[in-house]
Design a protein around this ligand. Sequence first.
Ligand code: ASP
Ligand code: MG
Length: 474
Amino acid sequence: MKFGGTSVGDATCIGRVVQIVKDASRESSVVIVVSAMSGVTNRLIEAAGRAEAGERDSFNAIFADLRAQHEAALVRLIQDPQRRNQIGSCLDKIFDEGKRLCEGTALLRELTPRTLDLISSLGERLSAPLVAGALAEAGVRGEPVEATELIVTDSCHGGADPLMDRTRRRSEARLRPLLDQGVVPVVTGFIGSTEDGALTTLGRGGSDYSATILGAVLNADEIIIWTDVDGVLTADPRLVPDARTIPEISYREASELAYFGAKVLHPKTLHAVAEAGIPVWIRNSFAPERIGTKITPKGRSNGGGVKALTAIRDVVLITVGGPGIVGVPDVVGRTFATTAEVRANVLLISQSSSQNDICFIVSASDAKRTVDALRKEFAQDVAHEKVEHITVHSGIAIVAVVGENMRGAPGLAGRTFNALGRDNVNIIAIAQGSSESNISFVVSEHDVKAALAATHREFALGVRVAQHSNVMGS
Ligand code: ASP
Ligand code: MG
């Protein structure tokens, strides 16, 4: 069971976690993975940035806030004086470590990826002892375990990947004896360590990935990701009021949605369980009576082909174009070599067969670097009018229509674009991968809500499954 930042956001939330774990541990062996309390990782990263800028007062102030936040939770959760002291001094040690790391960074005015990992991982190291202590208060034998003892990774700081065989051996050796004694290990999410013992992180939101890594190596019956939403929804309910929870989706669909910013899962979460085929649940720790979404290797059909919609904002469309690029074979290669060089994450690519231009989308935060690099790369070509323009279009968003069973189902693209046309939504660009499990299109940011509403209605995603198949007459 993994509990995300909002699920352990304060003492009251941690109280709910304790109840969920207590109930579950009566029925089976449970391993817990925890995130940092919500907002903490952001603040730690901010503190690291302040330290790099030499702003001691700023990072000290952040640490003072974080300390107050964790102490408040400690006092509310832990009544046993001895236990409170013990956890309190454990938290103190971690805060001291954090301050020393920031002091060192301030002195050097340099923040290496390795140090940033050490600083940003403090949040999980603080929340794990708190949750374990709260379990103990409720009579559940919880024990905090640092993931550096379990998850062995490569040395890609800020986005490490696990070495599964080694992780399996270590996790078995460390966790199995605890489980055999009826202890609930409370593992720090987000963190791993290289073979040499250097701490790494799995990337932002990486606790989901921690949970599936551990579930896979321990051969879990199931993995439950407890969060603050009811599961995977047909669309963002803030934009589509009749969005509903999808009972079951496939690994593939879930990863399309994760990638497309539904903000439910870390994009690598399902890699770890792909081979073992372990079901992964998304459930709401604030409403544990709701069943949530079950993610399985194959998913379950809802009668139509389309399962869900998703929208990503904060992106820009970059176009490299001009008649001169027709038939110039290296324009595509050079364009994407350039995006790779500046490490821009390309979210969508579209090029027509006339080859008049190539357009692609990157997140707004990558935009400036990417365009600067492209202008440099193509400076000669622009001067010789081979490439006419490199333009940036902001104020746009990607909307994606996702469903595994869209493959080979004719008419879905037609229905999508008809629905958009009917509601006067202008389409700026379109892409469909040959996997056919995702049709994506680009619209103006003002049109996102209308685009989602039109397609949600067209595919009757807000209607219940049973009614839906009746409507379809199947
Ligand atoms: N605390 C980390 C983050 O905010 C990891 C996680 O929450 O999954 O990115
Ligand atoms: Mg999180």
